[in-house]
Design a protein around this ligand. Structure first.
Ligand SMILES: [Zn+2]
Length: 67
């Protein structure tokens, strides 16, 4: 998740949609807030969308082009 934050902080990308705030992915108990967390970011230069999804109970994530 830090990777997405870095991309947005760099100013080249903006968040299009998210199932939860990047800084609220982990709750006060140290657990993920949901089984599946996904974020979509858009490149400000070419409009390319990238999706990042994490399946928390499997500990797997993906980062790919498109929505
Ligand atoms: Zn681009």
């Amino acid at each position: 998740m830090d990777y997405i934050k870095d991309l947005i902080d760099s100013g080249d990308f903006e968040m299009e949609s998210q199932t939860c705030d990047l800084d609220k992915v982990i709750d006060e108990n140290g657990c993920f807030v949901d089984d599946v967390i996904s974020h979509t970011i858009i490149c400000k230069h070419c409009g390319q969308a990238f999706s990042c999804g994490i399946v928390t109970f499997r500990g797997s994530g993906s980062f790919r082009k498109g929505r």
